[in-house]
Design a protein around this ligand. Structure first.
Ligand SMILES: Cc1ncc(COP(=O)(O)O)c(C=O)c1O
Length: 476
């Protein structure tokens, strides 16, 4: 593609993206297609010869857009609602243009140094102390896996050198996380060869927060059994309810047993940039590591996850391996990203975060997160005031867990309420005008409304409330 052609289609595509955002309200949030629909419309063999760009771009509208679930839609309230932003998209475009593989300082000094500076800015915005050094991975799942690997390196059991299998000298190494912790923690434990038995799930209290006393008892019981408890994962902002584990109570338990404390703040970490929410990270000044995802709630396009770690030496010891062809004269003086993880080549992700942070500024980012929390509180107040709906969990940030419980009908079984709520959710989702997701709390099907999209306004929230009530009325 020559310069003239690139310019032409580049401009056209930027216009296309601007139109996409201008008209996104009119698109169905959930892809309105059946499984296999897109595949059936695509040739099963690769193109023999090049095709005109016009045709490829036309297929975006014809084939790709109808098969998209629009995460950028302002009425996307499912899972954790997230969104990209203009400066983030432009940063991503530049990353593709530079195509740097930031494995060593010299293969991308810009990526290496911008990452260090940008993550230090974010650390300051979140009110974390200077001891926390940041590194970028793709997702929180990967960040947490690296944190647990560093924690394991810290137990001095020569796992790096000798592995874990066929070793009668090695006790069961255990990680502790609440029953509400994200499944990525269990996956990390599996991937690291610790086995699912290597994770003990701790019960939670009535507000879905880890029960610190149960944690302590579990660790002590495991020690009596000859196991080696080495890592606690506390969650600040759990996936189902956004509950916040009591880190200040968990800290002394970990410290007593010289355990690593990793904090999964993948979702909620961003909220700490808002001064009035900073207390959600109380106690984290004594945590060993913490993950937060700017791709969740900092308007940065997927993917960009940040691991803050107090022991970069252990992370490096777990992963650094420098063959001759990667040795450089400056290696002792600089940081090379590939020393801190499983990947060699690393994308230049810091660029988009840097652009987002500069474009909005701390104030601008905080204002948007604050507004999301206000909208969630407003929605929760409607639920709370209605005789037909009930709140199912506290809503410390911008996620509301609720369900329909109609007052007009005679008492119904929990099974019927589950079915009613599932039907309401699918009913709303099928309208294409909003998207919700669900979870189970205390064995009750619970609807979740998550607000995190930069374009979501009070009107969108009112609209989903109307849609929910309309679906309820239809079923009464
Ligand atoms: C608390 C928490 N941790 C981890 C993750 C996993 O995030 P990622 O998709 O970045 O791996 C999620 C995803 O929603 C989450 O809510």
């Amino acid at each position: 593609m020559n310069g003239a052609e690139f310019r032409r289609f580049g401009h056209e595509l930027i216009d296309w993206i601007a139109d996409y955002f201008d008209n996104i309200d009119d698109l169905p949030v959930l892809a309105a297609i059946e499984p296999g629909n897109l595949k059936a419309q695509l040739p099963s063999t690769p193109p023999e010869n090049g095709e005109p760009m016009e045709q490829i771009v036309a297929d975006l509208d014809r084939l790709i857009v109808p098969a998209l679930t629009h995460w950028s839609h302002p009425s996307f309230f499912a899972y954790f609602a997230t969104s990209t932003s203009g400066p983030g998209i432009l940063g991503e475009l530049l990353t593709a243009a530079f195509d740097n593989k930031a494995m060593l300082w010299r293969t991308s000094p810009a990526s290496t140094e911008l990452e260090e500076v940008t993550l230090d800015w974010l650390r300051q915005m979140m009110g974390l102390d200077r001891g926390m050094i940041g590194i970028i991975y793709d997702t929180a799942s990967v960040s947490s896996m690296h944190a647990i690997a560093a924690a394991r390196e810290g137990v001095e059991k020569r796992v790096r050198e000798d592995g874990m299998s066929g070793r009668p000298d090695l006790p069961l190494l255990r990680v502790y996380a609440s029953e509400q912790a994200h499944s990525s923690i269990e996956k990390a434990v599996i991937a690291l060869g610790l086995g699912q038995r290597g994770l003990r799930k701790i019960p939670t209290d009535r507000e879905f927060r880890m029960d610190a006393r149960a944690l302590e008892a579990a660790i002590e019981e495991d020690m009596r059994a000859g196991y080696l408890p080495f890592c606690i994962v506390a969650t600040v902002g759990t996936t189902s309810t956004s509950s916040i584990d009591p880190v200040p109570e968990i800290i002394p338990i970990g410290e007593k047993h010289a355990m690593w404390l990793h904090v999964d703040a993948a979702y909620a970490g961003s909220a700490a940039i808002v001064p009035e929410f900073r207390s959600i990270l109380e106690g984290c000044e004594r945590a060993d590591s913490l993950v937060t995802n700017p791709h969740k709630w900092l308007f940065t396009p997927f993917d960009l996850s940040v691991l803050y770690c107090r022991h970069m030496d252990l992370l490096k010891r777990a992963f650094s391996l420098v063959p001759e062809y990667l040795r450089t004269p400056e290696q002792e003086k600089v940081r090379s990203g590939s020393d801190y993880g499983i990947q060699l080549g690393r994308r230049f992700r810091a660029l988009k975060l840097w652009m987002v942070m500069r474009y909005f500024g701390h104030e601008g980012l905080a204002a948007r997160i604050r507004e999301h929390c206000r909208l969630a509180s407003l929605f929760a107040s409607w639920v709370g005031e209605s005789a037909d709906w009930e709140l199912m969990a506290p809503h410390p940030l911008a996620l509301v867990c609720f369900r329909a419980r109609p007052s007009s009908t005679s008492p119904v079984s929990e099974k019927d309420l589950d079915a009613l709520n599932e039907a309401i959710m699918h009913g709303v989702n099928l309208t294409g005008r909003a998207l919700l997701s669900h979870t189970r709390l205390n064995d009750k099907l619970t609807l979740r409304l998550s607000i995190g999209n930069i374009r979501t306004t009070e009107e969108h929230v009112r609209q989903v409330w109307d849609l929910l009530n309309e679906q309820l009325r239809r079923r009464q």
